[in-house]
Design a protein around this ligand. Structure first.
Ligand SMILES: [Zn+2]
Length: 108
């Protein structure tokens, strides 16, 4: 963001990636480098925090952490049914953004 000869830029971007999101951290790093080239985030560090999985069993109304990263059928540890749904750990969420400056813009 350029304002009066000063420039702001992203230093570090943190993503929270669910264990069941099916996202390969290496691929995310490569995609981040490509997508941020020549933007304010060019050269910024991408940090990936893995978010644990949580599932909810509607049969016995309990929440639990599945033993296996299984997105469809997780056995409830209490009632042993397979009707649970994953309520956390399937997506990718924006975590934090650390920015520089403002610092004087080189040549401007
Ligand atoms: Zn249950």
């Amino acid at each position: 963001m350029r304002r009066s000869g000063f420039v702001l830029g992203a230093l570090r971007v943190t993503l929270q990636v669910g264990l069941a999101a099916g996202a390969d951290p290496e691929v995310l790093h490569m995609g981040f480098a490509v997508l941020t080239r020549d933007t304010l985030a060019d050269g910024a560090t991408l940090e990936i925090e893995l978010a644990a999985m949580r599932a909810y069993c509607p049969t016995c109304a309990c929440e639990f952490e599945p033993a296996q990263v299984e997105t469809v059928c997780n056995e409830c540890p209490r009632c042993h049914c397979f009707t649970s749904v994953v309520i956390q750990g399937k997506g990718i969420a924006f975590g934090r953004l650390e920015v520089t400056g403002p610092v004087p813009q080189a040549g401007g």
